[in-house]
Design a protein. Sequence first.
Length: 92
Amino acid sequence: MPSPPGPDTASRAAVSASPRPSTADTAAAREAVRQAAARRTGRAPEQVVEVRIGRLEVTAAAPAGAARRRTTAAERAGATVSLADYLARGRE
């Protein structure tokens, strides 16, 4: 609830006017920032790190002279799992 205006309340004109810093104040603030920057201790030299991103391709191969035997559909049938069974395992 707003309080009624009293003797120590500022007039509307004084409240709505936005105070602007003078040119001297702005110059003094800029100089203070420059001096603060000059007082900072120097940083250690940066360490250079070289990064190389590449690609490595690896292919599996059977040893020389080994015969490759293909599995039949009957052998693979027991190893297959339906999507529903696979997802049900995660909930167990």
